[in-house]
Design a protein. Structure first.
Length: 386
């Protein structure tokens, strides 16, 4: 199996032509209005969130009840050491207080060349961020995430087929790279994501590999030209061969940040006529490639945002175009207070089981969870509980 070293990478803008492209992302507002269980606990009562984390290893020994009345959480738990934990948290009052603080919040946030600067004041309190390299942080994060991925993604006729679960929920759909442009059609936990972006002229990647043919091992040097939608290879005595990406099928295996691409190349136009299928395999470093892409993308962003009396006005210029928004933080927080004011019910905890019997403005939650076998529950999206 040959190894393809990562070449010097051009900028993201030279790979993808955003001048003639389209992107549609339709957020799922119900999903975006929720977060993980641990996130909710941390926002509602940090002491309760810390407690849940501390006793996670002995959940079957914890017993008690959380009574919810108009958004007020009254907690009584018997802990493994025999002590009793009690806590009271008024979510509507707390959120209304936060809304009052937001109303006296002002400041600016800028992002240029991947560097973030911010100065935000709330009353006599201030937060200052100077020269934070967001591009480097994003690049490192992506490299770490990809290095942890262990999966195989099939592709058929130039189209990757995605179907699997993530920590945020299931993702399914296709990523088509075979027609000279990047076509994305995905269903995500956040909503559908559809994009059509032309590849730039520099979206050309060299490779070297070997392939068994006619009882011998053939050395193949070539390039994958995403802009033209072809694989162009020099195959020794077979000469130069051009293969449309849309005719190639195979699989991409990811492990420890390394991608192993296996594919069957249909070769036509041979001197003796006919068509043969040649199996090829190549390795390349997915982690550095993806992290460089992310760093380039963040460096191409320009953010200019101001907060005036709790109202955020932001302008984000990116390779995908200009995005402008106005977001009333005060009104949003007040809506959160109204939401929790409509939450009533009981959460019972015993023998590692959590039994939810809640009414909320968006529907009832009547579920039982086995915390002993559902270690990821605390990080699961709250939308999955409804």
């Amino acid at each position: 199996m040959a190894s393809t070293a990562l070449p010097t990478l051009p900028s993201l803008a030279s790979w993808l032509n955003f001048d003639e492209s389209s992107l549609l992302f339709q957020p799922d507002l119900d999903y975006l209005s929720t977060t993980s269980v641990s996130g909710i606990l941390g926002a509602l009562s940090p002491s309760l969130a810390d407690l849940v984390t501390e006793v996670a290893g002995s959940l079957d020994e914890v017993a008690g009840q959380i009574l919810v009345t108009a958004g007020v959480f009254e907690t009584t738990l018997l802990l493994p050491d025999g002590t009793t934990f009690t806590d009271s948290f008024d979510a509507p009052t707390t959120l209304n207080n936060l809304a009052s603080l937001a109303a006296i919040t002002n400041g600016t946030v800028t992002l240029v060349g991947g560097i973030l600067n911010a100065e935000i004041t709330t009353g006599d309190q201030s937060l200052v961020v100077e020269d934070l390299d967001v591009a480097a942080l994003a690049s490192t994060f992506v490299l770490d995430v990809i290095s942890r991925i262990d999966t195989t993604i099939p592709f058929e006729k130039g189209t990757f087929i995605l179907a699997g679960d993530t920590v945020f929920g299931p993702i399914s759909g296709t990523v088509d790279v075979g027609g000279g442009d990047l076509n994305i059609d995905l269903s995500t936990p956040f909503g559908p994501l559809v994009a059509d972006i032309d590849f730039g002229e520099e979206a050309v990647f060299p490779f070297q590999t070997t392939a068994p043919i006619f009882g011998t091992t053939l050395n193949i040097d070539g390039v994958v030209d995403f802009n033209a939608g072809n694989v162009v290879a020099s195959a020794g005595s077979l000469g130069s061969i051009t293969i449309p990406i849309s005719t190639i099928s195979g699989a991409l295996t990811l492990a420890d940040g390394i991608g192993t691409l296996t594919a069957d190349l249909p070769i036509t136009g041979l001197p003796f006529g006919g068509t043969i299928t040649v199996p090829v395999s190549a390795e390349f470093e997915v982690g550095p490639l993806a992290s460089e892409l992310v760093a380039d993308f963040v460096q191409d962003l320009t953010l200019d945002a101001t907060i005036t009396d709790g109202v955020l006005e932001a302008s984000l210029d990116s390779p995908l175009g200009l995005f402008e928004t106005t977001f009333d933080i005060v009104a949003f927080t007040q809506q959160g207070a109204e939401f929790f004011a409509g939450v009533d019910g009981v959460i019972d905890i015993a023998d590692g089981l959590v039994v939810l019997d809640l009414t909320t403005p968006v529907g009832d939650i009547n579920r039982t969870f086995d915390l002993n076998s559902a270690a990821g529950l605390l990080e699961a999206p709250l939308a999955g509980l409804v």
